[in-house]
Design a protein around this ligand. Structure first.
Ligand code: GLN
Length: 553
């Protein structure tokens, strides 16, 4: 029988429900269980693929090509698992399915209603997680906060699941926030009490309360929450904000959350959790280390969530090399106005991540040209590869009209062009080249050296590609095509031959980086940065201070 752990949010959003789910998943994996995590998003979009990063942060792509919420990235990184498309469902998907069946005549004259038709479809999709992943314990995170109109069908569905699958197979966790009142210097539990009352009014009695706070939570406060919210004292888990994201599993472990969950679900741990690697990881984050700076030149830099996986991948690689990473966020449109160049010039390396649309691309290309001409290490991801190709083509052909047809439909030199199978596609959602594809690395290239292997699988999310008609021109300017699709048709990785490290990929390596398994291309990039600046010249900074990691929910 599959066990289900449901996580709801109370008081306010963005307090770290996703990280809590991911960390708890790790606690259970450490005890020998096969775990999966699913996120239920109450919005009506079918997936976040069509949403602006300003609204939604990064779109995280899975092996099977699903475009998902960035919390899926936390789940995969913390638990070190690969999830699939059933692990992120939205109201839009649920309604599309039910309405499709209705049009097909599947309901035989019935009146289609939220209960039971919508709730049944939600439950069916929750059930698919264990079936498709083999998980024994499925954690289900419900997006938003209790009290939102739009999440009601999800809450009703998970309420029903207690009687469907049995009390001992379900466990409800409510993640709340304790506000700090500056005038009296105290934390308040009242919003938590109200939120639990709201949850109870729809029939869900929480089995555990994770009380998030920016300040230490004392015993009295925990006693009070237990009393007023009618939960076991051991079920009150005070989680103080930490600047180190990867410390959260260790904190939950210390607070006894893993043992309590297992006990209540009548499960025996199969093995003793082994936290050695995590302890080492967190100790490494804390240790004082030399700092290297990477200029991340993008369009959504005000919102760091838009580049969540890139930032994590940089941190993983830096940790493995004993350095601290500082990301200098550079807005590409500022570079176009001649501002922000001192930041780019003082950085050890330049990174241009993925993106869509023409705004800011000229500024990114100026940064790329600077990196190429001054032999500054460069890593380009997806759009960051396409812009390197355009920049080089312009320089070789001495023609600034070379472009991607994404930004200039009538360019005389479409060095980046729509993939043939993308012609005639009218729908924007879910129609890009998405998910895992093989890439054959070419021997003797920097990319092959970094990976130390020949065939790799990486996750994609793009519509445009390097136009093969320009391969010879680009090669004449020193570009090497270091990774190709196995049939040789698509260029997946490019690099500049006469340069310490200028490598760019059509895919997104950042999605496969893990805290204990940094991605080889990020490691290769940082190695080149360290070679350039020299470790002895770097200032040391006490760690855990910066960059402050705010737990996202
Ligand atoms: N806009 C480009 C394309 O569609 C790059 C996409 C990306 O960076 N993810 O091909």
């Amino acid at each position: 029988m599959t066990k289900y752990i449901f996580l709801t949010g109370g008081v306010v959003s963005s307090v770290g429900k996703g990280v809590t789910a991911a960390a708890l998943g790790r606690l259970l994996k450490e005890r020998g269980f096969a775990v999966a995590v699913q996120k239920l998003d109450p919005y009506i979009n079918v997936d976040p693929g069509t949403m602006s990063p300003y609204q939604h942060g990064e779109v995280f792509v899975l092996d099977d090509g699903a475009e998902t919420d960035l919390d899926l990235g936390h789940y995969e990184r913390f638990i070190d698992i690969s999830l699939n498309r059933v692990c992120n469902i939205t109201t839009g998907q649920v309604y599309a399915e039910v309405i499709g069946k209705e049009r097909h005549g599947d309901y035989l004259g019935g009146t289609i209603q939220v209960i039971p038709h919508i709730t049944n479809e939600i439950k069916r999709r929750i059930g698919l997680v264990a079936k498709t992943t083999g998980a024994e314990i499925v954690l289900v995170e419900i997006g938003g906060t209790v009290g939102d109109i739009e999440s009601l069908p999800f809450l009703e569905a998970i309420r029903q699941m207690r009687s469907d699958v049995g009390r001992e197979n379900t466990f409800y966790i409510h993640v709340t926030w304790l506000p700090w009142i500056g005038a009296t210097c105290e934390l308040k539990t009242k919003p938590t009490q109200h939120s639990v009352r709201e949850l109870r009014s729809i029939g869900i009695a929480p089995d555990m309360i994770v009380a998030r706070s920016d300040y230490p939570v004392n015993e009295d406060l925990c006693d009070k929450i237990a009393l007023f919210c009618d939960v076991d004292r051991r079920a009150v888990v005070p989680m103080v904000t930490t600047p180190i994201l990867y410390e959260v599993p260790l904190m939950l472990e210390r607070l006894g959350a893993g043992e309590f969950v297992l006990e209540r679900m009548r499960l025996e741990a199969r093995r003793k959790p082994d936290w050695q690697d995590w302890e080492r990881l967190v100790a490494d984050v804390r240790r004082e280390k030399p700092t290297i700076t990477i200029a991340l030149v993008g369009k959504y830099v005000e919102l760091h969530d838009a580049y969540m996986s890139v930032r994590e991948a940089l941190k993983h690689a830096a940790l493995s090399m004993g350095v601290e990473i500082e990301i200098a966020w550079v807005h590409s449109a500022e570079l176009e106005k001649g501002r922000g160049w001192e930041v780019v010039k003082s950085a050890g390396g330049v990174l241009v991540p993925g993106g869509f649309g023409g705004r800011g691309t000229e500024g990114k290309m100026q940064a790329i040209r600077y990196a190429r001409e001054n032999k500054v290490p460069y890593l380009g991801l997806c759009l960051g590869m396409q812009l390197l190709v355009i920049e080089l083509a312009r320089s070789i052909m001495n023609d600034d009209k070379a472009n991607s047809t994404e930004f200039d439909r009538t360019t005389p030199h479409p060095v980046i062009d729509l993939m043939p199978d993308q012609h005639g596609i009218a729908d924007m959602g879910g129609t890009m080249r998405l998910g895992l594809y093989p890439c054959q690395l070419q021997p003797g290239t920097k990319a092959a050296a970094a990976y130390a292997t020949e065939l790799v699988y990486e996750r994609h999310r793009h519509r445009f590609e390097l136009n093969n008609a320009y391969r010879d021109v680009l090669a004449s300017g020193g570009m090497r095509f270091s990774g190709l699709s196995p049939d040789g048709r698509l260029v997946e990785v490019v690099e500049i031959a006469d340069h310490p490290f200028m490598v760019a990929t059509q895919f997104h390596p950042e999605f496969l980086s893990r805290p204990n398994r940094p991605h080889p291309l990020f490691v290769g990039f940082l190695k080149a940065v360290i070679d350039r600046v020299g470790l002895q010249n770097l200032s040391k900074r006490e760690d855990g201070r910066e960059p402050i990691e705010v737990i996202q929910g």
